[in-house]
Design a protein around this ligand. Sequence first.
Ligand SMILES: NC(=O)c1ccc[n+]([C@@H]2O[C@H](COP(=O)([O-])OP(=O)(O)OC[C@H]3O[C@@H](n4cnc5c(N)ncnc54)[C@H](OP(=O)(O)O)[C@@H]3O)[C@@H](O)[C@H]2O)c1
Length: 230
Amino acid sequence: MADINEQSVKIKTIAIIGGTGKEGRGLAYRWCKAGYKVIIGSRQLEKAIAAVDEIRGLHGFQGEVHGMDNLEAVAAGDLIVITIPYAAHRPMLETIKPGLSGKILVDVTVPLVPPKVTKVQMPPAGSAALEAQEIMGDSAQVVSAFQNISYENLLHEEKVECDILVCGKTKAAREAVLGLIKDAGLVGWDAGPLENSVVVEGLTSILIGINKQYGVQSSGIKITGVSRQD
Ligand SMILES: NC(=O)c1ccc[n+]([C@@H]2O[C@H](COP(=O)([O-])OP(=O)(O)OC[C@H]3O[C@@H](n4cnc5c(N)ncnc54)[C@H](OP(=O)(O)O)[C@@H]3O)[C@@H](O)[C@H]2O)c1
């Protein structure tokens, strides 16, 4: 397993693979505002550049964002976030693995199986994040986060009610990601080892079902019974 300790986790540049999409753009917007340099990764450089223009045009945008193809983005990032559909998860991870050595990979993927996206259907590894760690082996440390927060909550400056659960093998890696969550103006909780990502990823299907049944677009979760700083 990549040696991730608190001293080694100094994150200035965040690269988002599939950052042209909905969730990736939302995270990019918030991290740029918090002072991180953000790289939007795409399979097509022109698409990354177009997404960068869109992000720069968002109300309240400030900061530094650039577009690159996914492999360049991986090389440029101190920490890599992946926001792509589950169907593309394994091939993309195999493609970017060589550039991920020693880095944290934040996996946002929910293993949805269309058309039944309101039914929890986990992959054989247990969860998308566990599958990602299997693919990475010892080269990168996978941290699972953001599966329960809708992109619609990320693209504005109002207070967000939805909390974020963070799972990963080491406390140092989870703490690093919790720091990014706080800097993004969100509330995160240490949800323990990567095996627990099965619950967090599964919750998303329940939230999609609640959205459908109750006619809303961004239901979420909130931890109660513990003192909060928000
Ligand atoms: N949307 C949400 O509110 C939300 C909330 C929580 C978690 N998530 C999870 O986050 C992930 C991304 O969701 P999203 O809504 O942002 O997805 P999206 O907008 O549909 O797609 C994100 C990006 O993935 C890339 N992509 C699409 N198909 C691909 C393929 N076959 N191979 C490689 N890259 C491909 C595309 O980037 P390029 O074409 O530029 O390469 C696309 O812009 C999903 O796993 C989703 O379940 C989403």
